[in-house]
Design a protein around this ligand. Sequence first.
Ligand SMILES: O=C1NC[C@H](CO)[C@@H](O)[C@@H]1O
Ligand SMILES: [Ca+2]
Length: 439
Amino acid sequence: PGTASASRDWERVAESVRREYLWAWQHYVDRALGADHIKPVSGGREDFFVPGHSVGLSAVEAVDTLWLMGADDEVAQAVQWIEDNLSFDIDAPFQVFETNIRMVGGLAAAYHCTGRPRLLELAVDVADRLLPAFTESPTGLPYRYVNLATGEVSRPDTNIVEVGTYIAEFGVLSEWTGDRRYYDLAKRAMRVVYDKRTELGLLPHDIDAETGEWRNRQATVGPPGDSYYEYLWDGYALFGDEELRQWYDTLTDAILAHQAERHDGLLWFPQVDAFTGEVLSREQSVLAAFYAGLLGESGRVQEGRAYHDAFHAVQEEFGVIPNSVDYTTMTTSDPVNELRPEFADAALALWLATGDEVFRERAAVHYANMLRTSKAPYGFAGLGDVTAEPPTQLDSCPGYWWSEQMKYYWLLFSGTPRFDYRDNYLTTEANLLRGARRP
Ligand SMILES: O=C1NC[C@H](CO)[C@@H](O)[C@@H]1O
Ligand SMILES: [Ca+2]
């Protein structure tokens, strides 16, 4: 990986990605610096976590992407705003999962790339404000919300993603500070879920943080199941935790045995009843596409390739992948596109795992189709209906756009010396926690 390919001028595509990203960044700086989101059609500002309490989400999500692009002046702009303005002393309930993967992860990645101590201090500050969600819980499964100023917790009606997607961000904080609390609290919640797997070795996705009881029967590799599985593997990949790998292997073997289904020669993962294996739904969320990359990087390369082939068929059918498809008819009942990055996420993971150029080609099409349909006056916009000609643009650009697909494209096409292509780690929000190579 990282070598130029004779068949395509990847450098030219990489330069396009960097140019478009810096164009969008300049509009964010000019019109919405400090806001969680810019509104790309109107040029307005928008809060993500809590109305009236933006925490500069897009700037935090952008730092490592800008750094990997060598855009050091823009890195300085983002870091300046963060160090001068960012405070988490906010008397409002924040969603623990989203705050972790976006703010803890974003600040930790910014620290990993720049080495600026204030960024690590802020990551630790916001992580400490999340801890009551874990320590106040009778089961160790964190509540969904915590007030960052008072520590008041709420919403035990949670799911395996929101109780199990912390080990990467919390683990590096333990590594970088020497305080094991973060790692231990994150892993304990994962163990509670694993120990409740069904006879078939499958997991429902909804769970009560106070009673520990399952609240549904359905198993899915899409939301809100996806990153629980991802972080079992990541805990092994990042910290060498063999127990997490064993849990991952046990659950993945069960998923491949009971959830995998072939249809028209393509591999899919329908939703099934975790206790009986009965197929409940053949809707496939675009977010489930990440799973192709997870299978590929965790030694299930053939299955990973096959599942990416399935989503490639969806990209061929629609151009821009809609929120979900029914794979038995290849039709969509949800034609919205929210700039979801998972197809590109899996393309990068599979390219790093196999070196096969087909994944760069597929990602290049993903980028070209986004560029053609989502570019709006002040940034990149989601689409209201990917089947319309032209697709209708939404006045929204999610924070993950600044951290995910543009970074995946850049890493796939640029061969940047700032990234260790052989030893690296990106979180589920594409925050770089290992593999930055400072010049
Ligand atoms: O894990 C995640 N789930 C949802 C977002 C992208 O679709 C993003 O926040 C992240 O990739
Ligand atoms: Ca993800």
